[in-house]
Design a protein around this ligand. Structure first.
Ligand code: E4P
Length: 230
């Protein structure tokens, strides 16, 4: 079963989506939190935690291993349901293996983010134990945006983590509702989905007949609205 997480930082939406049974957790990132206008990262994350007991990922935003370790240790203490999100590399492209190793050894639940390659997955696996929970977030949508097929990366990653019961492969960077079907076919443990796409997933199931009628009806409405004539 592929769990659906909601990829969002907006407090009102978190409150709303937390009530949905279909939503089993949340992921945030510094960009999503910045978009809310939040000025105090820690306070804002703590507000999020008041709205949900489901798993939530909060990302470190340091660029050096030492500061990442300190931020990760602090973030992990904000709540039992917190996963510390650590980018697989820093902004210079340097693998953050020692941070992953240190936080994992300290029993901190991790979400390793911005993962794009099988090689990165294998490097992550070489740094973690087989006990503490680790999510590996593979950025499907951004790969597809760059003209690359994300499916082979997921297939490899899922094969490689078969014997790691503590590791969950997460489909990140979701672009369309059908990505949920793809994530399920691949047997991803989790897919993280923006709110508007969750709304569409909840409405899955329309028949081809009604889709074709709706499509034609909309074309008709728009042409009438614009008073088109030939
Ligand atoms: C995952 O945890 C990320 O926050 C997210 O999926 C990134 O998605 P984007 O590529 O739409 O920014």
């Amino acid at each position: 079963m592929t769990k659906i997480f909601c990829d969002i930082a907006d407090l009102t939406l978190i409150k709303k989506f937390n009530k949905k049974k279909i939503v089993e957790g949340f992921t945030t990132n510094p960009s999503l939190i910045a978009k809310t206008g939040a000025k105090d990262y820690k306070n804002y994350c703590k507000k999020i935690l008041k709205f949900t007991k489901k798993p939530v990922s909060f990302e470190v935003f340091a660029d050096t291993p030492n500061v990442m370790n300190t931020q990760g240790e602090k973030i992990s203490k904000w709540g039992k349901n917190v996963y510390v999100k650590v980018p697989v590399v820093n902004s210079q492209g340097v693998f953050m293996g020692n941070v992953i190793k240190h936080l994992n050894l300290s029993n901190i639940k991790l979400n390793i983010t911005a993962v794009y390659t099988t090689k990165q997955v294998s490097k992550i696996l070489s740094k973690i134990n087989k006990k503490t929970k680790v999510i590996i977030s593979i950025f499907a949508g951004r790969m597809a945006d760059a003209g690359k097929d994300p499916i082979p990366v997921f297939k490899d990653a899922i094969k490689m983590t078969k014997n790691h019961k503590n590791v969950q492969i997460l489909w990140a960077s979701t672009r369309e509702p059908y990505n949920y079907i793809q994530a399920k076919q691949l047997k991803c443990s989790i897919i993280t989905v923006p709110p508007a796409i969750i709304d569409k997933i909840e409405k899955f199931g329309k028949s081809f007949d009604s889709l074709t009628k709706d499509t034609v009806l909309n074309f008709l409405k728009d042409s009438k609205k614009s008073k088109f004539k030939i």
